[in-house]
Design a binder for this molecule. Structure first.
Ligand code: PLP
Length: 391
């Protein structure tokens, strides 16, 4: 069997060795973290150590981290009218979300459908700050949700500027930083976010663990996500996933410690990948290329290319890619992100995403480009045949 080349890190990242070690060690902890005996205290200590590491990744305080069962669940916890601060105890009247959010934010959490408004993005996929200001002027107590980095294009949002507008309008800002974590530095205070969502498996932890992190102690949820035994400050009941949380902490520590080298490594490889894409087929479009993006993500398309057949062709060559959001792959629909950017539906339907990670190698890029040569030449042959038939 040919060696596989995994270029789908935005769908999920392989487990980091540090996370695998923490996971297996924590699996042998017998106690329940809520128990007061020594076994329980050992499990509690694993959870609290991880809470500190996850908090440190975004420069937050560990007491402000709530563990959940996924990034999706953290978004669900965050997006509720029932967020209170010391100065504002009335429910939030409206949720404003950017048009390029992940489906777990687009679904609107616990807001009624009619209370959700969209904020447009520009042609590069960045939130239109004038449109945000307009929408804010029409609401009294808004909750706004804007992602830090887009999962399909990697485009970074002007979150600090948006935060200033949101706060001036008396609103609160939730930031889905699931794709940004470990790839760009995150400082919850400097960003101006009131709440941040993270997901363990995107930074090399295990799948099925997430976190919602608040910026300040005075942010409260009057409406827990899961009622029961009162775990996670009463917000998300259920015995904690101790091993998954321990692995999340270890992955966060590794990502923080190696951030500078990893980001530079991914960027150099991505530049090579993009130069190669264009050298083989100069009509390739790299979406969001002109603006700041994550160092690991390339979303690209070519006139006439079909994502479903191209993904299979890459897969047969041993290369794992994705068409836009992995969560919706399997159903080939033009991406809502590219539609919001005003990209032609035909070009959007063919978009493919290559996403790299700390462990990606130069040889992976060479294998990818070898496969791309075949895919691109089959596509050119097809379109020549089609235009020949039409003539
Ligand atoms: N937010 C973004 C931007 C994502 O890319 C994803 C997953 O792809 C999620 C949230 C959901 O995270 P999880 O898979 O942990 O539910």
């Amino acid at each position: 069997m040919t060696e596989r080349v995994y270029l789908d890190w935005n769908a999920t990242a392989p487990l980091r060795p540090q996370a695998a070690a923490a996971l297996s060690e924590a699996l042998s902890l017998a106690g329940n973290p809520s128990s007061v005996h020594a076994e329980g205290r050992a499990a509690r200590s694993a959870v609290e150590t991880a809470r500190e590491e996850v908090a440190a990744l975004v420069k937050a305080r560990s007491g402000d981290v709530t563990f959940t069962a996924s990034g999706t669940e953290a978004n669900m916890l965050a997006l509720t009218p029932a967020i209170e601060t010391l100065s504002e105890k009335r429910p939030r009247d409206r949720l404003l979300i950017s048009a390029v959010e992940h489906s777990s934010v687009r679904a609107g959490g616990r807001f009624p459908r009619g209370a959700i408004g969209d904020i447009a993005v520009d042609a590069a996929g960045r939130v239109d700050l004038a449109a945000l200001a307009d929408a804010l002027a029409k609401t009294e107590r808004p909750l706004v949700s804007i992602m830090l980095a887009n999962n399909e294009t990697g485009v970074l949002q002007p979150v600090a500027e948006a935060a200033a507008l949101v706060h001036a309008a008396g609103g609160l800002l939730h930031v889905d930083a699931v794709q940004a974590a470990g790839r760009v530095p995150i400082d919850i205070g400097a960003l101006g976010a009131d709440l941040i969502t993270l997901s363990a498996h995107k930074i090399g932890g295990a799948k099925g663990v997430g976190a919602l992190i608040r910026a300040r102690e005075d942010i409260h949820f009057a409406d827990p996500l899961i009622r029961g035994g009162g775990q996670e400050r009463g917000l998300r009941a259920g015995t904690e996933n101790v091993a998954g949380i321990a692995a999340f902490g270890a992955a966060a520590a590794a990502a923080r410690g190696q951030f500078v080298e990893e980001a530079a490594h991914m960027l150099a490889l991505r530049q090579e990948l993009e130069a190669g894409l264009l050298a083989v087929a100069p009509d390739t479009v790299i979406f969001g290329a002109g603006v700041e993006r994550l160092p690991n993500t390339t979303l690209f398309g070519r006139p006439g290319m079909k994502a479903d057949t191209a993904i299979i062709a890459f897969d047969l060559e041993g290369v794992a890619l994705s068409s836009g959001a992995a969560c919706s792959s399997g159903k080939v629909q033009p991406s809502h992100v590219l539609a919001a950017m005003g990209i032609d539906a035909g070009l959007a339907r063919g978009a493919l995403r290559a996403s790299l990670g700390w462990n990606s190698q130069k040889a992976d890029i060479a294998a990818f480009l070898g496969a791309w040569r075949k895919v691109a030449s089959a596509l050119s042959k097809d379109s020549k045949e089609r235009s020949g038939m039409a003539a």
